[in-house]
Every structure is written in C-alpha cells, then in structure tokens.
Design a protein around this ligand. Sequence first.
Ligand SMILES: [Cu+2]
Length: 151
Amino acid sequence: MLIKKLSCALAMLAIMLLACSKQAPEINIADNWVRANAEGQDVGAAYMTITSASDTSLIKVESSVTDSVEIHSMSMDNGVMKMRMLEELDLKANTPNKLAPGGFHLMLFDLKKPLKAGETISFTLHFKNQNGKRSLVTVKSPVLAEQPSAS
Ligand SMILES: [Cu+2]
C-alpha cells in the first residue's frame, strides 16, 4: 500500500517536472552583462542576447540601479558613432538578437554611483508580442570590467 502511494507520488512528481520542463521559456536571455564604470561616470551600458520563440518587441526596461533606462542603437555615420534611442526593439523569432558593444545596447542614465565590477544588477524587461500580449522577464547581470570573450 505504502509502495503504491509512493509510486503515485513519484508519478505525480514526474508529471509536475514534465509540466515544468514543457513550459519552455518563451524568451531566453544569455550573455548578459553590464560594463563597469570609470570613477565619476554616471552613464552605463548593459548588453545581452535575447532569443524569443515568437516575434516580439522589447518595449521597456527597468533596472535596480536607475529609473532611467533607454534602448539604444549604435551605428557609424561618416566615421562618427551615433546612438539613437528606440521606442521599441523588434526581435525576430528564434534568432539570437544581440545587444552588444558597437550595436544595440541598454543605456543606463543618472546612475547614483559608478557601477563596479563584481556587482550584480537586476533588470526587468517588458515585451509585447504581435498579438499585443505583454510579458516580463527578469535577469540579473554581472558588472564586468570588460566584454567577456565570445562563447
Ligand atoms: Cu547609448
């Protein structure tokens, strides 16, 4: 009887685990990091690779270190680096959308203190898919002195 109960419990557990693993993350964040600041700098940049199972848009970002986070693009214009603020960043399904130095990034303004290597910063990313459905993803990013080597 006990064995029967136990196996039932195990079966339930297996089903629960299965149910969990079935909830494949709709949006996956990888290679997330934040560049450490020089002393006195009050602006920072955060990077990550976002992969979504469906077409979606990053529409807003919140962070633990400032209320002012903007989504930026960066491009060369006649040899001059230009940054532009984006209202939203469109993300193609099943594609690693890279926010990396020299390209898209998250700009952190009005930092109360410089970001130091070894710290961890949490971000809440707000997404809106093509059906207007909104979702949130939170990530914790390490502050690093320099860009981690590509994996
Ligand atoms: Cu920027």
